[in-house]
Design a protein around this ligand. Structure first.
Ligand SMILES: [Zn+2]
Length: 153
């Protein structure tokens, strides 16, 4: 059997990469899963691996995964399946990813993800401000060009 180190899915030996995950990561052996501290699907005990957060898009999922990797927290990113209930209650058909970590790391992982979210928002704010300033700069240089233009008469 081969396993996806991202979402923890199990595949036949003939399968090379995970069809469920964004970017289709290559599958690994059971030994490698063990080395990384990741549970095999039949060992994925809900009481031991708990949700640390949710990502709305693959980019966010990847950022979260990188942060937890850096902090050596084993992580399973399970692709969310919009079930009938989701569809009816939220009308949300967009994909999402559930980030599962060992319950012993849950508090730390959740805090890290929260930190990333706050930083991400701050960065977006800065980008917005920078764009505004640039516009202002454009406005000024246009004005300067008009001022320095020779009189029209
Ligand atoms: Zn996968």
């Amino acid at each position: 059997m081969r396993y996806c180190a991202r979402c923890g899915s199990e595949y036949q030996d003939s399968v090379v990469d995970c069809t469920d995950c964004p970017n289709h990561p290559p599958l690994v052996s059971a030994e490698e899963m063990r080395e990384r501290g990741l549970p095999l699907p039949h060992e994925l005990d809900q009481s031991r691996f708990v949700r640390a957060g949710i990502a709305d898009d693959p980019v966010t999922a990847q950022i979260f995964a990188d942060v937890l990797d850096e902090n050596r927290i084993p992580l399973i990113v399970r692709p969310g399946r919009s079930g009938v209930v989701d569809e009816l209650t939220t009308g949300n058909l967009m994909p999402w990813w559930e980030l599962l970590v060992p319950d012993t790391s849950q508090a730390r992982a959740a805090a890290l993800l929260e930190e990333v979210k706050v930083q991400g928002l701050a960065t977006a704010d800065e980008a917005g401000r920078a764009a505004e300033e640039e516009e202002l700069e454009d406005e000024r240089s246009r004005q300067a060009a008009v001022d320095s233009a020779p009189p029209a008469y």
